[in-house]
Design a binder for this molecule. Structure first.
Ligand code: SAM
Length: 345
């Protein structure tokens, strides 16, 4: 008990400001890496508070950069903070933080897209999926070019309960371009409703908890940011493999302004498109004249279940790709055109 109280009350000693760290280690933001830093520690404290209580928590911070959010996490009384940073220029500044918080900060110079977190924290932290979330958190302000592919990868990990979710329902607090944050959390019928909305919301409780104006970053990005909090659901709202859900959702949003039957039809070879799309929508009991943005997660559950049934009946169906068919038809047409041309000679 005494040990956990000590952990809970830890504060970093006085340190150079983030601005001074940037100067000291010559950490000019690299535009090609979309680096934008948060210098205001009141703001980083606010982001970290939104992650929930971090007392004695094990935290994985992605892309710490000069360490603003890192300081706020350390001051939140964590048991351990593991940071993964790709740009080696930041390592000495982070090492200074590590010296100020002995035994608390582990620094990895690496890439979050390949780093394996599943064995990095003690086994004893692991919880059953149905239990309350483990005391493991992911926090990060990554470049937008990395955060979107990363969240898709992590959502697949949620569905398979591996990667960071080998510990249980690990919570994530991540920063995105504001428009992406809005898409992740968009409700049925809203303008921002998209593939990301369904993929995130069928697996997680997703909350857009904070908007950060562009001016808060150095250098100022062109757009504002949104902080999104994810808690994996005990029971996914769609119980089909991630790749199958992704396929149905991706096709449904193929033509986002048209009726949903247009995009869903692309799940089927042209020769059987009309008939199979009718069967899918009938089995799922979904109105073909709804627009993709008007489909709820429950609609997608019915569509995925119906599509699964049709794939089980026809094992070739899942491998069908309308782009491939188009390509082959294009080639066939070119061959025909070509032979006409040759005959014309
Ligand atoms: N967290 C810091 C802050 O809020 O001030 C820095 C934010 S900056 C937008 C993103 C950071 O992520 C940079 O330090 C960048 O070098 C790092 N980064 C970018 N891609 C990364 C990757 N694939 N793996 C690890 N770190 C990465």
């Amino acid at each position: 008990m005494a040990a956990s109280r000590t952990l809970g009350t830890f504060r970093l000693p006085p340190l150079p400001t983030i601005r001074e760290i940037i100067k000291l280690f010559r950490l000019q933001a690299v535009k090609q890496l979309s680096q934008n830093f948060l210098l205001d520690l009141r703001l980083t404290d606010k982001i970290v508070r939104k992650a929930g209580s971090l007392t004695n928590a094990y935290v994985y911070e992605v892309g710490p950069g000069p360490g603003g959010i890192t300081r706020s996490i350390l001051n939140a009384g964590v048991a351990e903070l593991l940071v993964v940073e790709k740009d080696g220029r930041f390592i000495p500044g982070l090492q200074m933080l590590s010296d100020a918080a002995p035994g608390k900060l582990r620094i990895v110079h690496g890439d979050v897209l390949t780093f394996k977190i599943e064995n990095a924290f003690p086994e004893s932290l692991k919880r059953q999926w149905e239990d309350d979330p483990p005391n493991v958190h992911i926090i990060g302000n990554l470049p937008f070019s990395v955060s979107t592919p990363l969240i898709i990868k992590w959502l697949e990990n949620v569905s398979q309960r591996n990667g960071p979710f080998a510990y249980g329902r690990t919570q994530m607090t991540l920063t995105f371009q504001k428009e992406v944050a809005e898409r992740l959390t968009a409700s049925t019928g809203s303008k921002q409703r998209s593939r990301l909305s369904i993929m995130a919301q069928y697996l997680c409780d997703v909350q857009h908890i904070l908007t950060i104006p562009g001016q808060a970053f150095i250098p100022k990005p062109e757009v504002d940011s949104g902080v999104v909090h994810f808690t994996p659901l005990t029971q996914p709202r769609i119980e089909q493999p991630f790749k199958l859900v992704e396929r149905v959702v991706q096709n449904a949003f193929q033509f986002r302004r048209k009726y949903c039957h247009r995009g869903l039809g692309m799940l089927f070879p042209e020769a059987q498109r009309l008939e199979s799309t009718g069967k899918l929508l009938q089995l799922a009991d979904v109105d073909p004249t709804l627009r993709p943005t008007q489909l709820s997660v429950l609609h997608f559950k019915s569509l995925c279940d119906a599509y699964r049934k049709m794939c089980d009946e026809d094992p070739h169906l899942f491998a069908y790709n309308f782009r491939e068919e188009l390509k082959q038809k294009g080639m066939a047409r070119r061959v025909t055109d070509c032979s006409c041309y040759v005959r014309g000679w």
